[in-house]
Structure formats: C-alpha cells, structure tokens
Design a protein around this ligand. Structure first.
Ligand SMILES: O=C(CO)[C@H](O)[C@H](O)COP(=O)(O)O
Ligand SMILES: [Fe+2]
Length: 225
C-alpha cells in the first residue's frame, strides 16, 4: 500500500507567527514541513535561510523538515541547513557544478537527498545517481513563487519518473511541488507522486484540517492506493 505524505509549504504561512502556524498545520494532520529556500539569484525571489530552520527546531518543531533549495551554488547551504536541523534536502541539478558531490554531501551530513526537476529540466540528470536518492521532486510550476497554477504536462513527466523508479527497483519517493489542490491531488497520485507539497491550498484557508482531510480523502480514492 502506498504511503502518501502531505507537506505544507511554509512559503504561504504567516511569517510573523511562523512557529505557531507550523504547529497548527502539523496538528491539522500534515506529515512534514516543506521549506522553500530562494536566493534571488537562481530564482527571482528571496525567502529564508538556515537560521529560520534552526529557529523552528528551537521552538520545538520535531516533524521532518523538507528543505527545497532554489539556490546557486548549493554546497555551502547544504551544510548550513543540515546543521540547522533539516531532514531532507533537495537541490536543482543544474545549480550544482558536481551533482554527485552535492548528493554525497547531503548524505555525509546525515540528511536524505533529493533532486529537483523544473517543468523543462530533462530527466537525464537521474542517470548514474539513482542510488543516492531518497526522493525526486517534480516541479509542477516554475520555481520562485507560491500560488501559481499547476502545469498539466507535468503529469506525463511524473509517469516517466514513476517508470524510472520502478525500473530501478529502488524505494525512491516522488514529490510533486506547485499548484497542488484538493481538486487535482488524486490525478497527481494516479500519475505517480506520493509526496505532495501544498502551500497556498492549505495556508490560504482558515481551516487547515478541513483541507488536509479532503486531500486524504481524495488520495484514498486514488488508483495508486
Ligand atoms: O517551490 C515552490 C515554489 O518555487 C513552492 O513549494 C510551491 O510553489 C508551493 O506553493 P503552492 O502550493 O502555493 O504552489
Ligand atoms: Fe518547494
């Protein structure tokens, strides 16, 4: 049976009350916390760094923190986020000069590694590194902003990624990120995702539990279940 993971992106959380808002979304049934790091260089937006990750740990957040690095270069921040309490760390392969070295660095620092694919990033970056991956993150929007619309063609890409994972015989999670909502999450699961990032769909609603419950209901009806 497939395990589905719901990962609210704090990009849409209340930054002035971040600890409380993260506690609230976890109490509402979220499995892990998605942490979008933007550097105003690799992507045209600027968010938060390792100090905020450490602050969440110091506040008492014990749930896995899923760091999505949208930065270039990547290695320094991999080390800093691992030291600040990250659980999973993913990066965009075209932002690293040495993909294998960056993946190895994540593992050496005790975290689980992922590679991120923008809608137009080719999947050949998966060649030769499958054995280093805990997850593959498929972007269903172009990176840089929350609240964008899901790009439908990424469903085909998800199917290709699912096929590659199946052929590898490895237990690699497939994460989808961007424009995930109650009304498309089942189709996304059917196409092969098992980790679902959702920012605006959850944090822009008053009742987080209601949204997460609805998402789980849709996932339970998925063909992948
Ligand atoms: O990586 C991201 C953007 O680059 C975000 O994780 C993503 O867009 C989540 O926000 P939303 O669910 O509102 O689309
Ligand atoms: Fe993200």
């Amino acid at each position: 049976m497939t395990t589905f993971t719901i990962a609210p992106s704090i990009l849409s959380a209340d930054f002035a009350r971040l600890g409380e808002d993260v506690e609230k979304v976890l109490a509402a049934g979220a499995d892990i916390i998605h942490f979008d790091v933007m550097d105003n260089h690799y992507v045209p937006n600027l968010t938060f760094g390792p100090m905020i990750c450490q602050a969440l740990r110091d506040y008492g957040i014990t749930a896995p923190i899923d760091v999505h690095l949208m930065v270039k270069p990547v290695n320094d921040l991999i080390e800093q986020f691992a030291d600040a309490g990250a659980t999973y760390i993913s990066f965009h392969p075209e932002a690293s000069e040495h993909i294998d070295r960056s993946l190895q660095l994540i593992a050496d620092k005790g975290c689980k590694a992922g590679l991120v694919f923008n809608p137009a990033t080719p999947l050949h970056y998966l060649d030769h590194v499958m054995d280093r991956l805990h997850h593959i993150l498929v972007m269903s929007v172009n990176p840089g902003f929350g609240g964008q619309s899901f790009i439908h063609s990424t469903l085909d890409k998800l199917r290709l990624v699912r096929q590659r994972v199946r052929e590898s015989g490895r237990d690699i999670r497939i994460e989808i990120d961007g424009g995930v909502k109650v009304d498309n999450i089942r189709a996304i699961a059917d196409a092969g995702a098992d980790m679902f990032v959702a920012g605006s769909a959850i944090f822009n609603q008053p009742d987080y539990k209601h949204v997460i419950d609805q998402m789980r209901k849709e996932l339970a009806a998925s063909k992948a279940c």
